[in-house]
Design a protein around this ligand. Structure first.
Ligand SMILES: Cc1cc2nc3c(=O)[nH]c(=O)nc-3n(C[C@H](O)[C@H](O)[C@H](O)COP(=O)(O)O)c2cc1C
Length: 181
């Protein structure tokens, strides 16, 4: 498949697994995708825009009120440009917001405004992941066609081995490529 210049929006949220997004962005760019990164405000605590803009070759965006390059609001121009929205890692919080139509930041607005496929790689504490609210939110998103990859069993930041670890990067990339239109 020719992947030249198709745009993948990579949403990075405030999980300890955020450093994995650096590798994901790097690999997608090496595969010739145009990679545009959206960091949530809380994700800024985990990874820097400098790292991700150097790896992606594009400006990293966080705020919904950032000046657009043209007259179009930043969230709609990003939404229209996407061949895929990949959220990796995805917190319980972003999953909850998307499942309930909450659009209070750039990543939720772009995802809601886009008609592209959406792939989500959750990462969180096992109890969070297994919580009925989180499970219900995932089920809601699956019902509207969003795809999930992982999480898997692995060593969690909370100190034990359990389900909640982000899926391996190679698996995320493989699933992402299958979904890029
Ligand atoms: C050290 C640390 C690690 C965290 N890791 C996770 C995580 O892996 N998954 C998760 O759902 N929340 C995690 N959180 C909680 C989120 O950071 C918090 O819910 C945040 O508000 C989510 O923001 P966002 O979804 O807008 O990025 C962590 C918090 C801290 C302090």
């Amino acid at each position: 498949m020719s992947s030249a210049r198709k745009t993948v929006i990579v949403g990075v949220t405030a999980s300890i697994a955020a450093y994995k997004a650096c590798e994901i962005v790097n690999l997608l760019r090496k595969d010739s995708f145009d990679v545009k990164v959206i960091l949530t405000k809380d994700a800024l605590e985990f990874v820097t825009p400098l790292t991700l803009q150097t790896l992606s070759g594009n400006k990293v965006m966080t705020g919904i009120f950032e000046s657009p390059e043209n007259w179009t609001p930043v969230h709609t121009s990003l939404a229209d440009s996407a061949s895929l929205i990949l959220i990796a890692p995805a917190t319980a919080n972003i999953i909850g917001k998307l499942a309930n139509g909450i659009c209070d930041d750039l990543l939720t607005c772009v995802t809601c405004a886009s008609r592209s496929p959406v792939l989500i790689a959750p990462a969180m504490n096992e109890n969070m992941y297994n919580h009925k609210m989180v499970m219900a939110n995932i089920a809601k998103l699956e019902k509207i066609g969003y795809k999930f990859v992982g999480p898997v069993k692995g060593h969690l930041a909370c100190g034990y081995d359990a389900v909640g670890h982000i899926a391996p990067v190679a698996e995320i990339i493989k699933e992402a490529k299958k979904m890029i239109k």
